[in-house]
Ligand binder design. Structure first.
Ligand SMILES: CC(C)(COP(=O)(O)OP(=O)(O)OC[C@H]1O[C@@H](n2cnc3c(N)ncnc32)[C@H](O)[C@@H]1OP(=O)(O)O)[C@@H](O)C(=O)NCCC(=O)NCCS
Length: 322
């Protein structure tokens, strides 16, 4: 067994993902998750949503593949949010599981974290899998609190909420909006910066960013994917990241942000809103429940190093790190 494993490992090359690898990497990702959760047709996992293409296009230099005999058998993605690195997904083709390839794909990723000096890295994984927790712990990730991925069927609503879409602003205004978004996230966690995510959503046409205002000052925002070919899927608007600036009125603002996201979802013809929250953000979690969100599934957040980041009571942030 040891010899076979050594042989397989030496036959596998770990290298950056290039565009022509995307169809195979996408397929491996679906089959790996579909097989792990045990659905009858593993390749249909994720339906018409997309992770491989959209994440690679956002950060084309920082995705790695494992290649064996000219075939892609695994991949690992990284997303940068300023001082924070979001890791995942990591997937290996099932016929290569338990042969050390997941571990090998983690190596260039943690090297990147070190080179870039990220303050915090995080991932979302299966809370009941000793293998997943064990693998990531080897690379310095620590299991923290559960993350609830929630959704809500929405009704058409009409209100006078003060929100705008990022895309409706002029280029000069967008620059200013990005500065205000950065100020909001920095008030929550030093260096947290969603600029690239917001711009990537716009450039790739994945959705839009809801901007919430009070007295012409930005108090919150939500970067949303919408429909097929995004991380949302048909019929769904997905809040990839949402946050309210730290203030005495953050709870009130958060309630309005949830409502604004629903208005946005209705305006783009999506009947369902999906949003995840780490349960350590107690107030935000309970507030979402009270607003009619129901948990669809749970994951666990793992942090490197083991510090809470913005998953603390009083943090009004939506994200799930899938
Ligand atoms: C999770 C996944 C990427 C792991 O890839 P892999 O190539 O099978 O993993 P590896 O063989 O490199 O490493 C698995 C590690 O888990 C460890 N592990 C396994 N069972 C364990 C247990 N019960 N307790 C602790 N650690 C355990 C192994 O020890 C191994 O590390 P080692 O070889 O240093 O001992 C792969 O199984 C996969 O694609 N799964 C489906 C998709 C998925 O779940 N992706 C991750 C989403 S967060």
């Amino acid at each position: 067994m040891a010899n076979t494993q050594t042989q397989i490992q030496s036959d596998v090359v770990i290298r950056p993902l290039v565009e022509k690898d995307l169809p195979a990497a996408d397929q491996v990702m679906r089959v790996a998750f579909g097989t792990y959760v045990g659905i009858p047709e593993p390749s249909t996992f994720f339906g018409d949503s997309d992770y491989a293409n959209t994440r690679w296009r956002a950060h084309p230099k920082d995705t790695f593949v494992a290649e064996a005999n000219g075939e892609i058998v695994g991949s690992a993605f990284v997303t940068w949010w300023g001082s924070f690195a979001l890791f995942g997904p990591l997937t290996i083709r099932p016929d290569y599981w338990d042969r050390g390839l997941g571990r090998r794909l983690m190596e260039p990723v943690v090297d990147l974290f070190e080179q870039r000096g990220v303050k915090l890295a995080g991932l979302f994984t299966f809370p009941d899998s000793a293998k997943h927790l064990g693998l990531y712990q080897k690379f310095g990730f620590h299991p923290m609190c559960l993350t609830a991925v929630m959704s809500k069927e929405i009704e058409p609503v009409k209100s006078s909420l003060e929100w705008t879409r990022f895309s409706q602003h002029s280029e000069a205004e967008q620059k200013q909006c990005l500065g205000e978004c950065r100020e909001a996230t920095d008030s929550i966690y030093e260096g947290l910066d969603l600029t690239h995510e917001i711009q990537s959503i716009q450039h790739q046409g994945l959705g839009d960013t809801v901007l919430l205002w009070r007295n012409s000052k930005l108090v919150g925002f939500a970067a949303c994917h919408s429909g097929p070919g995004t991380e949302a899927r048909s019929g769904t608007c997905y809040v990839k990241f949402g946050a309210c600036k730290t203030s005495d009125r953050a709870s009130e603002d958060f309630q309005i942000l949830l409502a604004a996201c629903q208005e946005f979802a209705v305006s783009v013809g999506q009947p369902r809103l999906m949003a995840g929250v780490n349960t350590a953000r107690r107030e935000a979690y309970y507030q979402m429940q009270r607003s009619g969100f129901r948990t669809e599934f749970l994951g666990i957040a793992m942090h490197r190093p083991s510090e809470p980041g913005w998953s603390r009571p009083g943090d009004y942030v939506i994200d799930d790190w899938r």
